[in-house]
Write a protein that binds this ligand. Structure first.
Ligand SMILES: [Zn+2]
Length: 201
């Protein structure tokens, strides 16, 4: 799998993050939720870099799958819980702070990411073959349908699907899965893989 380059990000003198030649700007707004303000936002602006770096450490260091009360969940966003994804948030924050473009993970990590899908498809009676020791950008799981095969890989949630060029063994259809979908919507991914198997005939 290879990824098209996302634009480099820089931070200007006003602390705006600027992406690439189009000068797309990400502006941060800090405000107090208390009427009239309590002065916290001024302090937050002063220590912004420390705050966001601590936030990044918290998001990347948490051990939950998508969100929990140790990282993103709190009382006021409980109705949004299904949308919260600490890995995606960390990836976006790291890109905004340092211009780091997310890279596809190793094959062994992809095999782990695809573990639940592998188990589900195997329970369905579909033969799945883990592809160990693949070259860089290779696929991690081979799905053997009745009349077709799919080679699965994962890609970082922050990247656009059309920036992904998944690679597969000769004669096998390659299919790349957004890693966020695996964590947040495994039933949807499972249904999509079965649909892809039918399309690949
Ligand atoms: Zn967490």
């Amino acid at each position: 799998m290879t990824t098209m380059a996302m634009p480099e990000a820089t931070i200007d003198k006003d602390h705006c993050v600027i992406f690439g030649k189009n000068y797309v700007r990400a502006t941060r707004y800090l405000y107090d939720t208390l009427a009239g303000g309590a002065g916290y936002s001024e302090l937050a602006a002063k220590y912004f870099k420390d705050i966001v770096e601590d936030t990044l450490r918290l998001l990347e260091g948490c051990t939950c799958d998508s969100s929990c009360t140790e990282c993103l969940d709190h009382f006021h966003n409980q109705h949004l819980k299904r949308l919260l994804d600490r890995r995606l948030a960390a990836s976006l924050l790291r890109y905004g702070l340092y211009g780091t473009i997310p890279q596809p993970t190793t094959t062994s990590a992809q095999i782990e990411q695809l573990g639940s899908l592998n188990a589900w498809l195997t329970l369905d009676g579909t033969h799945c073959e883990v592809l160990e020791d693949q070259p860089a950008n290779g696929s991690a799981l081979l799905i053997n349908g009745q009349n077709s095969k799919l080679a699965l890989s994962t890609y970082p949630a922050l990247l656009a699907p059309d920036s992904i060029l998944p690679r597969a063994p000769h004669g096998v259809t390659a299919y790349a899965i957004n890693e966020s979908h695996l964590y947040r919507n495994l039933p949807g991914v499972h249904a999509e893989i079965n649909r892809q198997l039918r399309l690949a005939k």
